[in-house]
Design a binder for this molecule. Structure first.
Ligand SMILES: [Zn+2]
Length: 436
């Protein structure tokens, strides 16, 4: 464990702020959990009242922000693959969840997710799942920063038996974590096809009153949009706008099935888009037109979605997928550069969660949330460009150290608050249960 005051020396720093994309031979100075300075290493080595950590061959960068996930679903990883979203939800995932989801399921699944996320560079994660109280506790205990968006649905589940119960329990959770330095609680209405207009309107009223974040799956597939238009004559995004659920605190997850008018509406209301490229590709949902959204002035964040539809919760892999998919989808190799992908996975994702004043870039005064990426592996050689290597050449296992609020959570590839061997045993027990 490092002390409250320490300096990390590395070959390069990607600050995601200021005028330089990459600072060579620089160091990060941390005091009481906060970034005190980024200094040339020759100066930082002179500091006497701090611990010194030397990471030759490494780049330091902000911890990655996973803007959308369902952590506990790691227990369903690989359970149902190669299906459409509708069949996957209706025939595989929802029946299994209705039988098995419990506080223990969420505890164990979230711990496994936390381990995978931390080891791939994620230091902040957003989570939407049942028993959000358990997810909040477990992510915090693992050392992560988190936005927890409590689910809101019309469908009764083990966590809540009515839409009112979802809201009541969620609001109690919000009260419980009020003022917490690592946990923020927002609203997570699942989608416009699982939450009726009355409940969405009530959610809008409460969220506006509390100035709280709202995260919702939206325009995930063409079929979803088509069904809503057939039933009501209105597109999902227009429904949100009409009832007051679309605004600068709204996080629209997926947004693959969109036209130019939908993009203009998101821009007009100042809402955020959360892009989940690997989940969208695997379910063949479509591709979020990232470049069009960005050209319209919309902030686009990055998320893994759950391990049941990804099947990884790997921050580096998701960034790589975003950069590649943006080029394929637009036919433009300049659509999302390595540098822009890194920004999407860090500062832009923090901004979507309303946390950009705390995390997402390496600047004095911000929380010391940062990671070390090993650039010395053969898959990175000869390391012409640091950002290019991190995005295009990484295999997802290069993160060696990680700090959240100055707390050392990964040290030389070892998790400091989770026991990997025990988690493997726990996962095996669930495999036996779920397949039985
Ligand atoms: Zn999702």
């Amino acid at each position: 464990m490092t002390s409250a005051n320490f300096v990390v020396h590395a070959d390069a720093i990607i600050p995601v702020s200021g005028t330089e994309n990459v600072l060579k031979k620089h160091s990060i100075v941390v005091r009481d959990g906060v970034i005190a300075a980024l200094l040339p290493s020759s100066d930082a080595r002179e500091l006497r009242d701090v611990d010194h950590i030397d990471l030759p061959g490494h780049a330091l960068m902000p911890g990655l922000v996973n803007a959308h996930g369902h952590a506990a679903m790691t227990l369903l990883r690989g359970y149902a693959d190669d299906m459409s979203l509708a069949a996957w939800l209706n025939d595989a995932i929802w029946p299994l969840e209705s039988r098995w989801v419990s506080p223990e399921f969420v505890r164990d699944g979230t711990d496994i997710a936390a381990a995978e996320m931390l080891l791939s560079g994620i230091t902040t994660s957003s989570d939407m799942y049942f028993f959000p109280n358990i997810a909040a506790q477990r992510l915090r205990a693992a050392g992560l920063r988190a936005q927890i968006v409590f689910p809101v649905m019309n469908i009764p589940t083990a966590w809540a038996d009515s839409s009112q119960a979802y809201l009541d329990k969620g609001l109690a959770l919000r009260d419980h974590f009020k003022g917490d330095d690592l946990i923020d609680i927002g609203f997570g209405p699942h989608s416009t096809y699982t939450v009726d207009e009355a409940v969405l309107s009530r959610t809008a009223m409460l969220a506006n009153e509390l100035d709280a974040a709202v995260q919702i799956h939206l325009h995930e597939t063409a079929a979803e949009v088509h069904a809503q238009v057939e039933a009501t004559g209105e597109r999902p995004i227009d429904l949100l706008a009409r009832i007051g659920l679309l605004g600068p605190r709204t996080q629209c997850v997926h947004m693959t099935a969109v036209g130019n008018q939908d993009i203009a509406t998101v821009a007009e209301y100042g809402a955020h888009v959360i892009h989940c490229p690997r989940s969208n590709m695997k379910l063949a949902s479509g591709a979020c037109p990232v470049k069009k959204f960005k050209d319209a002035g919309v902030n686009v964040a990055l998320g893994t979605d759950g391990a049941a539809s990804n099947n990884r919760l790997n921050g580096l892999a998701e960034m790589q997928a975003a950069a590649l998919l943006a080029k394929l989808d637009s036919g433009d190799p300049t659509a999302l550069s390595a540098s822009e992908s890194i920004r999407m996975a860090t500062l832009d994702s923090a901004r979507a969660l309303g946390l950009d004043h705390v995390t997402g870039s390496l600047e004095p005064g911000k929380s010391a949330d940062f990671i070390a990426v090993d650039l010395s592996e053969i898959n990175m050689a000869p390391n012409h460009q640091v950002e290019s290597n991190v995005v295009y050449a990484s295999s997802g296992t290069e993160v060696t150290w990680s700090w959240v609020s100055g707390n050392n959570v990964v040290k030389n590839r070892q998790l400091q608050h989770l026991d990997i061997a025990a988690l493997r045993d726990t996962a095996a027990l669930w495999r036996a249960k779920l397949s039985g």
